[in-house]
Design a protein around this ligand. Structure first.
Ligand SMILES: O=C[C@H](O)[C@H](O)[C@H](O)COP(=O)(O)O
Length: 364
């Protein structure tokens, strides 16, 4: 099941905006369709909607369901998905991704953050007990997952200059058909981008809810990591770029104030209209530079990144590891800047509702 929200309306009006679409039949549900929801996912966003009630069966037309992990929508033609089903989907995708891409003889492996990555580490553990592999975490939680699995972490800034990671695995909040990703739903994005760019190949693992043709279809906002002192300026600038209601992310405990990242920075969540792909630009579906209200993924990422006070943007776009390697080979021996790996995954694995795993590779 997926939830779509009418674009360009303030987040606090979501009660009026939500409509639901069945991933299985791709039709909007009637007003009598019901959801079972849980507060487990999207926690940071809940703080902006303190009046959100406890998990319950509710009518889809009065519930901000896209800010929750939707565990079932009672549609005749669709499988009812429980939390356990979604976790199984993540585990299946992780197992397949690791089996296809993890080399037990690797020396350095990047490990992302979030709820899916623990299944990746679980699958790695089953495949290898090679003590020589060093695992590079992307934040505090990621490091804990590595340590608890009995694997050996190495800090990103301890990597020898010449070392590139053999591979990096990570999750995503949404992936489009060109494999651009939104990341940072769990407030990790800066270190994830460092690690993805340092890897020869980045492999993304997610469940079916993240599989969308365009970014900002189901996931509502772009997470942006910002220096605390710059928050008001960046919020203003984001509005001029076309984000209707960018919000500083707070913790679920209101008195704790803004949520802090691993760098002690803040996160702004900025909604935009669904983003164009590079192909959309070629097909003339919009200018993609904000001037006509449309943004192409990579251009929006660059425009936000240029704002003073922004540490990093939760859009992973541009080159992937294979593209970057091609450029490195072309540049060999020439005095050009070092080209690191790409931000985009070379392959994405989605755990599907029916228990299967759908794989999408760059260039398909
Ligand atoms: O900030 C968190 C990271 O970008 C995660 O990789 C992303 O939010 C996906 O997380 P999950 O695997 O929990 O869906």
């Amino acid at each position: 099941m997926g939830i779509a929200v009418l674009p360009r309306r303030p987040l606090n009006n979501l009660y009026q905006q939500v409509r639901s679409i069945c991933h299985h039949c791709s039709r909007a549900h009637s007003k009598t369709s019901q959801l079972v929801t849980t507060r487990r996912d999207f926690g940071p966003l809940l703080s902006r909607n303190p009046s959100i009630p406890k998990p319950a069966l509710r009518s889809t037309n009065c519930f901000p369901a896209r800010h929750f992990s939707t565990t079932s929508i009672l549609c005749k033609s669709s499988k009812v998905m429980t939390d356990a089903d979604i976790e199984s989907a993540k585990r299946a995708a992780a197992a397949k991704a690791v089996s296809d891409w993890f080399d037990p003889e690797a020396t350095h492996v990047g490990i992302g953050s979030g709820s899916t990555i623990k299944y990746v580490v679980e699958a790695i553990q089953k495949q290898s007990n090679n003590p020589r592999i060093r695992f590079v975490p992307t934040g505090w939680q990621s490091r804990q997952v590595i340590i608890q699995a009995g694997l050996t972490p190495i800090a990103f800034d301890s990597l020898p200059e010449s070392v590139m990671l053999d591979i990096a695995f990570d999750g995503a909040d949404e992936v489009d058909e060109e494999l651009n990703c939104i990341k940072g739903g769990g407030a990790c994005l800066f270190q994830e981008k460092l690690v993805a760019e340092r890897a020869r190949k980045f492999i993304c693992v997610a469940d079916y809810r993240k599989n969308q043709s365009r970014l900002l279809t189901n996931w509502p906002t772009i997470p942006i990591e910002v220096a605390p002192i710059a928050v008001p300026t960046v919020l203003r600038s984001l509005r001029t770029l076309g984000s209707t209601n960018p919000q500083l992310r707070t913790t679920t405990l209101e008195k704790s104030g803004p949520l802090k990242t691993d760098q002690d920075f803040f996160i702004i969540d900025a909604p935009f209209k669904p983003l164009l792909t590079a192909r959309d630009l070629v097909e003339g579906k919009g200018k993609g530079d904000g001037s006509d209200g449309t943004w192409e993924v990579d251009r929006l990422c660059q425009a936000i990144k240029r704002l003073t006070g922004v540490l990093e943007v939760g859009i992973f776009s541009g080159l992937n590891g294979i593209d970057a390697e091609g450029l490195r080979e072309k540049a060999a021996g020439k005095s050009v800047p070092v080209i690191t790996g790409g931000q985009k995954p070379v392959a994405v694995y989605f755990g599907m509702q029916d228990g299967s795993v759908q794989q999408r590779q760059a260039g398909e």
